[in-house]
Design a protein around this ligand. Sequence first.
Ligand SMILES: Cc1cc2nc3c(=O)[nH]c(=O)nc-3n(C[C@H](O)[C@H](O)[C@H](O)COP(=O)(O)O)c2cc1C
Length: 325
Amino acid sequence: MAGATTAALVTAVARAGALGFLAAGYKTAEALAADMADVRAAGVASFGVNVFVPGRPAADPQRVAAYVGSLAAEAVALGVAPGRATWDDDHYPQKLEVLLARPPALVSFTFGVPEPEVVGSLQAAGSLVVLTASTAEEAAVALGAGPDALCLQGCEAGGHRAGFANDDRPDQDRPLRALLAAVRRRTLVPLVAAGGVSGPAAVVDLLARGASLVQVGTAFLRCPESGAPPAHKDALVAAGLDATAVTRAFSGRRARALVTAMVREHPDAPAAYPEVNNATRPIRAAAAEVGDLGRMSLYAGTAHRRAEARPACEVVERLVSGLRP
Ligand SMILES: Cc1cc2nc3c(=O)[nH]c(=O)nc-3n(C[C@H](O)[C@H](O)[C@H](O)COP(=O)(O)O)c2cc1C
């Protein structure tokens, strides 16, 4: 979880017997290497790293500029100026170099499918490669790249949707169980099921439906090891913040978040990632500093109210408790 996963969270999850993923997103390659070194120094040999596949610069820069202009009041209220709406590749080639130099057990990708040579070189270096899909059509494309596993992200999931194209095509919102059923009948590749997992019964259910592994994100956000801002941790269970919605207001890419003023007031945010993310960064950071929930990106899955403020090892214990004989 970019912005929320820490080396301490991955270490705690691994010690509890689960598989933790470091988030490479929004970091420099050097910061990723430092996180990987921290996890290894803590004695964790098996962990994954999640990487964003870069997209393309926004097709309509004028629309992006107009949207950023419409955020002026939010910025002024917090005493900051919006950031520059620039495109970047999130240091993708440099991160691949770090991963190839010292391969982790797994490398997963989201927001698209890397070149087959990238998949092949990571596999040759010793990493298992996991590709994320949010529709059966994306899963079919991802399978063509020869991954070791697919992560299926249902529309219940918190944070950014893994969708390959940042567009408005219909039918992008597939509930996890329907997605799992559609893909399971087409492939024997291991499937990781993600999205809205609320507790042990959901873990048992998803494994019975053909998932090989179950992934959770939101359930870890309130842990002491999570790097989510304190206001975000509290908001997940706060009175009056019951609903989540998919929004581009914060980043220019579809993401599930708690419904706050910024989400309600900007249904028109353009498809422009990471341009919008870069422009809103100072606003989001200043809002997090002062606990201004209305202007923070409070990413959350549909099961957010079940997230507990307990150590990550206890969260893992609870999630797997239905698997004991
Ligand atoms: C705060 C937050 C940040 C996330 N960051 C990433 C990320 O960097 N890469 C990624 O592949 N998925 C990311 N996700 C999505 C998770 O990988 C996963 O699909 C999702 O958390 C599962 O749904 P759940 O949150 O309902 O458990 C993020 C989710 C959240 C809540």
